[in-house]
Design a protein around this ligand. Structure first.
Ligand code: SAH
Length: 359
């Protein structure tokens, strides 16, 4: 039985706080301020969250430190591996019984963590398994950050196929719409990018926030000076079709979403990415490739085609490879850069849009 949801808040954790706030919390709890820094070093640099492994902490203060800074946030219920151990999906149970999944992927040149920002999702995109389940709740900043810490620890200890490595990239492409959980996601982005021991010190451009296109929030994100990479889930170049694939399009149209992404790119000086799931006979017609190409040719954008990953109960399928190739060709003919995303973790339901988090 799951505990009631949406009532109690996730416990406060050191990853919810800036380094200065951690120091205040320490003194507030009657602890020396430097303990906050010690704990932060353990957590953000050594990637440890188990107080038993923090042997420089005095035994007498340990219980209080744990209570103040390191409450249990998530329990791993299940881990599945695919692609010869280089893809690893973990199902987490949060303090209130809410479930989320995260996926860690090793590539020759990098290790990428795909994090969830919400338990479930309220955006209701019909081709996405998470969207079908609805929204359970927003994750706290620490619940997001701790997925990254756990992954970085696995990577560092060689728990991912290919030997020990450093977690280098984070994509907000797991469960949830990150910009619908704006404040907590922005705080999490700061924890990811702040230099240690304030945060993990990850490079800004190696972090990608993917959104359905919540226009005002894209504008706010540009003003945060975070300079993370923006990805927009477009999936159709025309409003008529996009209204059905990404329901929030009825509120913010294709032109408005692209204008917001352009403003973001102008601010950061960097290309944004357009995600486009290739759905057989739905959005993969050559004419749509032409329309998309015409829309994007003058913009600082790059297209990432995602072969549709099948979700339970859906009749939709991925486009045939020949159709995909023609789509790519037409975009490239208009000078639009295109990549086709690999379908890592498909057989463990760990690929894009397959995260459903059932127990
Ligand atoms: N809410 C964010 C993050 C979602 S997941 C967003 O919508 O951008 C990241 C990407 O996977 C999105 O582009 C999403 O549309 C896509 N996706 C969802 N379901 C999919 C599926 N079944 N097959 C392929 N891609 C899918």
């Amino acid at each position: 039985m799951d505990a009631p949801r949406g009532r109690a808040k996730p416990p406060r954790h050191l990853a919810d706080l800036t380094l200065a706030e951690r120091q205040e919390a320490a003194t507030g709890a009657g602890l020396p301020a430097y303990r906050a820094k010690q704990l932060s070093t353990h957590y953000f640099e050594r990637l440890v969250d188990d107080p038993e492994q923090m042997t420089d902490l005095p035994a007498a203060q340990r219980a209080q430190l744990v209570e103040t800074f390191l409450p249990a946030l998530a329990t791993p219920l299940r881990t599945l591996e695919a692609d010869r151990g280089t893809t690893r999906k973990t199902l987490w149970k949060l303090f209130d019984g809410a479930l989320v999944e995260s996926v860690l992927m090793r590539y020759p040149d990098r290790a990428t963590m795909c994090v969830s920002s919400q338990a479930g999702c309220g955006m209701a995109c019909p081709f996405c398994a998470t969207g079908q389940g609805g929204l359970t709740r927003n994750l706290s900043t620490a619940e997001i950050v701790d997925q990254v810490r756990a992954a970085a620890q696995v990577a560092a200890r060689g728990g991912l196929g290919g030997g020990p490595g450093r977690l280098s990239n984070v994509v907000f492409m797991g469960m949830g719409e990150p910009l619908a959980n704006y404040n907590r996601v922005v705080a999490a982005l700061r924890r990811l990018t702040d230099p240690a021991p304030g945060g993990f010190g990850l490079s800004r451009r190696s972090i990608t926030v993917s959104t359905v296109g919540l226009v005002p929030a894209i504008g706010r994100l540009a003003d945060e000076n975070l300079d993370v990479t923006l990805a927009v889930s477009l999936h159709a170049p025309d409003d008529e079709l996009r209204d059905t694939l990404v329901p929030v399009n009825t509120r913010w149209k294709v032109a408005e979403v692209l204008a917001a992404a352009d403003a973001y790119a102008a601010r950061t000086g960097r290309r944004y990415s357009i995600e486009y799931a290739m759905i057989r006979d739905v959005n993969d017609a050559p004419a749509r490739a032409d329309l998309l190409g015409d829309l994007l040719a003058p913009r600082l954008a790059h297209v990432n085609l995602i072969p549709l990953n099948p979700t339970p109960g859906s009749q939709w399928d991925a486009s045939p490879k020949a159709v995909e190739r023609e789509f790519v060709r037409r975009l490239e003919a208009r000078g639009v850069p295109v990549t086709v995303r690999d379908t890592r973790g498909r057989e463990i339901d760990g690929a894009c849009g397959q995260l459903a988090a059932t127990n």
